[in-house]
Design a protein around this ligand. Sequence first.
Ligand SMILES: [Zn+2]
Length: 199
Amino acid sequence: MTRKSNHCTVAAGMFASLLAAAFVLSGPGSAEAYNWVGATNTATCSQLNMADNASHNIYQGGLRVDTVAALTWARTNVVDPTNVNTNAVSTSTSTTDVIAVNNYYTNECGHNWASGVFGAVSCHSVTASGRCQQHYMRINLTYMDSEGTSTERAVLAHEMGHTLGLAHRSETYANMYPYWPQATAYWDSHDVGHINTNY
Ligand SMILES: [Zn+2]
């Protein structure tokens, strides 16, 4: 999830849950070292799960043209340089890895989208090995309407990271930092290391 709000204006409960998730997932050591969720065997709106393999097919048939452009940029410049290879597919099935959708969301998956949620990822179904068979990646057009290309690219790269198992980081310089504006649309060597170690 990427949020427009800063720490002070995010609802206390929501921020607490984000922190809890980060630290539960992180284990001992610094938060930076452990933003990897692994295979969680979970398909809910509230928990991430790594993808089932390194061939990452993305259905983007319902996306607005600017969202497609930002997603294409993120795939080409951020994801494809790693061990994961993305493909945009024109039809979707129950095993398509990512269903990318955009809308003017209000309460999808229990999020208060109007409070500044730019995008969110959830695992829709799992494989026998507990990895995610299919993620949904939701992008909030309310904020895409008011933001420029650089923000859209940063948000799409961030959400794509979630579809592969990256969790949030506490470092403000990281793309997986959950609050807007992100300092970069690129993953750094730390995030790429998680990806390349696991795919
Ligand atoms: Zn996020």
